[in-house]
Design a protein around this ligand. Structure first.
Ligand code: IVH
Length: 697
């Protein structure tokens, strides 16, 4: 796509654009070229050349130029992915060519059969194959006309699918335009797979669980489901990715020659890769004969877990497109391709019983006890089944046969119960009315799916809070795991979180498993944990809905943990990705006297409640202060004003939030000013006041 020379040119162009003080309509073509290039580096190559902040600045400059003169906007401008409003419905559309599925194979014998049949039908001694991963997501078709992306659709029943163009445009690895015309092509239909990578999936599920919503079973469901969301902004947030692997249709521009040579490798994968698509170009390999193919499939299976996205097999395709035509298809499948499926990560087992566990927030979680079964190399004997509604939805009964799945590193899930296999002696699962630990009555809030024990003294909650506090992702107190904490709690040696830091450990010397050395080690790791960064402590407090990401956002907004006691609901909601639900929970936690006393106690015990990073920011009199400029300033250029802040050790923010200390307002200030007015802690000043602050410093 980009030769070393054009890469260098675009890099120089980028530098020139970044260095320029004011960008205007004359820079529009350059800005678009640069932004497209950096999207390609980031989303297709996975090898960015500029920082996110630099990219954002260039993007904003382009947005500003286009907003000043909307006649300059083009549908394939990088700014035009972002959609406004909701999609009402997804119209049904007909694919240009039906989307067939592939026949499956499971071992070397199946692949040898496939090869033998293809050789017999073609009369050839040896066939060349192209082998690539079988991506496990949602399949889509894309139509480009005169170089522009005009349509994106889901597979549907193979003949007709749902038109989801707006959502497809949110996927940054899909180019909004591509130079098919340079190859003489007018209309092109491409097939591909939409994926959500494992890390994004994990984060997404973590967020769902923080909100008490059952997680999605696998990245495949998440990707396919996201394509059908009506709010394109939500789609954009999920960071979908794509691999395109097949050209199903093309028409030529009048007078153009059919491109040669015609192989899957050159005419599909290499062409798409050259045009800037994310095709499996580096992942594919061609072989003469089936032997190498079989080996490559085995090699890839061994690498499966190390990939950032899910694949469930390999696809083997006859490379010569002429030969593909000759082999044709059966009523269901092409004869020129076959899927090789990796070993299943699904298994069937029996649901023996249900246990109910009380978490640190009092939530009662049902856990299915299973007949132990191996799934993808791991033995599974219990699986969370989340809540009462989930049990009803999946129609789970004790004694049922259940299909379970473990997708990659994801926690195993029950896919469904096999109702058709029931014998009649299966038992309905009855959710308890009382806490299984302290026996107090359980409550369920309106609109929530979770039953809770609201007895604050419930021993189950207290011990769970301590376990969470000490856990690896929280304060990471090594050697102080679940079993020891439960034991100490039962012995009444430890009763709450501050207790961890005042335990008289010498008293337990001689207790089973506690010699001098282990006590010494535990003392050391408890001591070390006092220095954990603030965001870990916030996460460790176990505030409802506050996961690691939210804890980081909160930590960044404050200098000292007790600052959060002063944050109003509005202040909290002004922070990135914090909505009313999370804000309400944080506010509730810090309004509680017992919690505030506990925090004070922790500080007395020597824990770090200060945001150390904040204290460290560079020298200058604006150190630790954040600024944002809005509207037209009377004398200063925006970029010069920002430089002044940075030269004095201050920081420029990209948006109004509770992190912002000063909003400097010029003429025609708009939404930023309105937003800032709602946050008590933001000081709104004029350029004059700003300049006098500079003078004073
Ligand atoms: S080729 C006519 N290549 O697997 C051939 N399919 O049943 C079109 N898939 O529906 C399919 N990775 O959604 C092809 N590299 C790949 C693929 C792939 C995933 C999906 C596709 C198809 C299903 C096969």
């Amino acid at each position: 796509m980009y030769s070393p020379q054009s890469t260098k040119k675009l890099q120089q162009l980028t530098e020139a654009l970044i260095a320029k003080k004011e960008l205007g309509p004359a820079d529009i073509a350059g800005l678009r070229d640069a932004l497209r290039f950096h999207e390609y580096r980031y989303y297709v190559m996975n090898d960015p050349m500029i920082s996110d902040t630099e990219y954002d600045r260039l993007f904003k400059s382009l947005e500003k130029i286009e907003a000043a003169d909307p006649s300059l906007i083009k549908p394939d401008s990088p700014t035009q992915r972002v959609a406004k409003g909701l999609t009402r419905e997804f119209p049904t559309v007909q694919h240009l060519v039906p989307m067939l599925s592939l026949e499956n194979s499971y071992d070397a014998d199946d692949l040898n059969d496939f090869d033998r049949k293809a050789r017999e039908l073609s009369g050839l001694n040896e066939i060349e194959y192209c082998v690539e991963p079988k991506f496990d997501g949602g399949s889509i078709s894309l139509v480009y006309e005169n170089d522009q992306l005009v349509r994106g659709a889901t597979r549907g029943d193979g003949v007709q699918g749902d038109e989801v163009t707006t959502n497809i445009r949110q996927i940054r690895s899909i180019p909004l335009s591509a130079e098919f015309s340079s190859l003489g092509l007018q209309t092109v239909e491409i097939r591909g797979e939409v994926l959500i990578n494992k890390e994004n999936f994990r984060q997404y599920n973590e967020k769902l669980m923080e909100e008490g919503i059952p997680p999605l079973a696998n990245p495949r469901n998440a990707a396919a489901g996201t394509l059908r969301i009506k709010d394109p902004k939500e789609v954009a947030k999920r960071n979908l990715e794509v691999f395109v692997y097949h050209v199903s249709y093309y028409s030529l521009i009048k007078g153009a020659q059919t491109p040669e040579p015609l192989t899957h490798h050159d005419s599909s994968l290499a062409m798409l890769w050259q045009l800037g698509f994310r095709a499996p170009f580096k992942e594919k390999k061609t072989f003469n004969g089936i032997e190498g193919v079989i080996q490559y499939c085995h090699d890839f299976e061994a690498k499966r877990d190390g990939l950032p996205y899910e694949i469930d097999g390999m696809v083997i395709k006859v490379n010569d497109l002429g030969l593909q035509d000759k082999l044709g298809m059966t009523s269901h499948h092409p004869r020129w391709a076959i899927a090789y499926k990796f070993k299943a990560r699904q298994a069937i087992t029996t649901l023996i019983d249900v246990d109910y566990q009380v978490g640190r927030t009092g939530a009662v979680t049902p856990v299915a006890k299973l007949e132990p079964v191996a799934v993808g190399g791991v033995t599974v004997s219990s699986i969370s089944i989340h809540n009462e509604e989930y049990i009803k939805e999946k129609d789970l009964h004790i004694g049922d046969q259940v299909l379970i799945e473990r997708a990659g590193d994801v926690i195993p899930q029950i896919v469904r119960s096999l109702g058709e296999k029931r014998k009649g002696d299966e038992k309905k699962i009855r959710f308890p009315h009382n806490c299984p630990v302290c026996e107090s009555k359980l409550f369920k809030e309106e609109g929530e799916a979770v039953w809770r024990c609201i007895n604050i003294d419930c021993p189950a909650q207290a011990v769970e809070r301590i376990i969470h506090f000490a856990s690896k992702d929280a304060m990471d107190i090594r050697g102080f795991g679940e079993a020891i904490i439960r034991k100490f709690y039962e012995m009444k040696f430890l009763k709450d979180i501050p207790g961890i830091y005042s335990m008289a450990l010498s008293k337990i010397e001689g207790l089973e498993g506690f010699g001098k050395k282990s006590i010494e080690n535990l003392t050391k790791s408890i001591e070390t944990s006092k220095k954990q960064p603030l965001h870990r402590l916030i996460y460790a407090l176990g505030i409802r809905f506050v996961g690691e990401t939210t804890a980081k956002t909160l930590a960044q907004a404050i200098e000292h943990l007790t600052d959060l006691e002063k944050f109003s609901m509005e202040d909290l909601q002004a922070l990135e990705d914090i909505g009313p639900k999370v804000a309400g929970s944080v506010h509730h936690f810090f309004s509680n006297k017992t919690n505030r006393e506990m925090i004070k106690h922790l500080e007395e015990l020597g824990l770090t409640l200060k945001n150390e990073k904040k204290q460290l920011s560079s020298g200058g009199n604006f150190t630790g202060l954040t600024f944002l400029f809005t509207g037209t300033l009377p004398t200063l250029k925006r970029s010069d004003a920002e430089k002044i802040v940075e030269n004095n050790g201050g920081q420029i923010l990209t948006g109004v939030s509770a992190k912002l200390n000063y909003l400097v307002v010029g003429e025609d200030a708009g939404s930023k000013l309105e937003k800032a007015k709602k946050i008590n802690t933001v000081r709104i000043i004029s350029e004059e006041e700003f300049l006098s602050m500079v003078e004073r410093s």
